[in-house]
Write a protein that binds this ligand. Structure first.
Ligand code: ASP
Length: 332
């Protein structure tokens, strides 16, 4: 039987980590080839090619490297892969997934996974997550769904997934919406149909700087006062509640928004920013009046990725349009 072609890349993270010596912390040393050796059943599902593109903790991945991974993945599709799987650290998985999703032009599934327990730990979840991710990448129902994250038997859209626990096995969730699908008895089961995605052109520049600042009680304004002088091209604020800041921050944001795009998201970890509820100084209505844009359901980190990519392809003037998909303007 002619099995479908599946391409897998390893970038590092806990899934690729082990300790060199007892008592030392785990570090990424395990290649993609070695990861696959723990999954002999995969050879009955697909013709697999595997490459180790990096062995990094995911905190040290960067956008330039992810662009090179994206071009590797696109090349695999051109070479006939019906699905692509990438393993990486979970700490920044939600950001890589969103980054790839904005740039992935193919109907072919691109699936990201990782592990919360390293290979030598009892109950290591890496092999199960990788096998699940491969099943998702091979499933017909995964086409036209862009980039998805598979962890702990759940399938999440790149747009909604977040790491919401630092160490638990069930570390990933999609607040408000829940997972888009599940793996049940080795089968991929989608709970909802695919949604239309915004796909951006590749950035022509990568030197732009977008700052992300979180509002906190009684925070000073020193960084805000210096954002423009420091040469930032965009600013994202993880605001209080439904997208709020202090009066002092609001005054600074007005001045900054005259020069560079400013997005206000919520720091709460779940839910949407408001548009037309609160009117106090520093509220969402005040900040909109002062020139800032609200991110809706898009979390601060993903909003930063959107702005970075839009500036990179000179489309920052279309920011409102791209944010709109994350905002519910009307009642159904
Ligand atoms: N704790 C991380 C992980 O789950 C380390 C990393 O993100 O590289 O992989």
């Amino acid at each position: 039987m002619d099995l479908p072609k599946l391409a897998i890349a390893a970038l590092g993270g806990t899934v690729s980590m082990q300790a060199r010596n007892a008592g030392e912390g785990v570090i990424p040393t395990v290649s993609g080839e070695t990861l696959l050796a723990s999954l002999p059943e995969l050879s009955t599902l697909a013709r697999v090619t595997v490459e180790t593109l990096g062995l990094l903790p995911s905190a040290s991945l960067d956008f330039e490297f992810l662009l090179s991974v994206l071009s590797w993945a696109s090349f695999q599709v051109k070479q006939g892969a019906v699905g692509v799987v990438i393993t990486q650290g979970t700490d920044t998985l939600e950001e890589s997934a969103q980054f790839f999703d904005y740039l992935w032009p193919h109907d072919t599934p691109l699936v990201l996974t990782g592990a919360m327990r390293s290979a030598a730990q009892p109950g290591a979840d890496g092999p199960a997550n990788l096998l699940d991710a491969c099943r998702v990448a091979l499933a017909d129902g995964s086409r036209q769904r862009g980039v998805q994250v598979v962890m702990n038997g759940e399938i999440h859209r790149a747009n909604s997934v977040r790491k919401t626990d630092s160490l638990a096995l069930q570390a990933f969730s999609s607040p408000v919406t829940g997972p888009v699908g599940l793996l049940i008895e080795d089968c991929v089961r989608y709970l909802r149909p695919p949604v239309q995605r915004a796909v951006l052109p590749l950035p022509q520049q990568t030197t732009q700087k977008v700052a992300l600042l979180e509002a906190s009680l009684s925070a000073d304004t020193l960084l805000l006062e210096n954002i423009l002088a420091l040469g930032y091209d965009g600013l994202v604020i993880a605001g209080f509640g439904a997208g709020h800041v202090s009066q002092r921050w609001a005054t600074n944001i007005e001045r900054i928004a005259e020069k560079i795009p400013v997005i206000i998201a919520t720091r709460t970890g779940s839910g949407s920013t408001a548009q037309a509820t609160y009117g106090f100084d520093g509220s969402e209505m005040d900040l909109i009046r002062k020139g800032a844009l609200m991110s809706g359901f898009l979390c601060p980190r993903k909003a930063r990725i959107l702005l970075w990519l839009l500036i990179g392809c000179q489309r920052q003037h279309e920011l409102t349009r791209y944010l709109k998909g994350n905002i519910q303007h009307r009642c159904d």
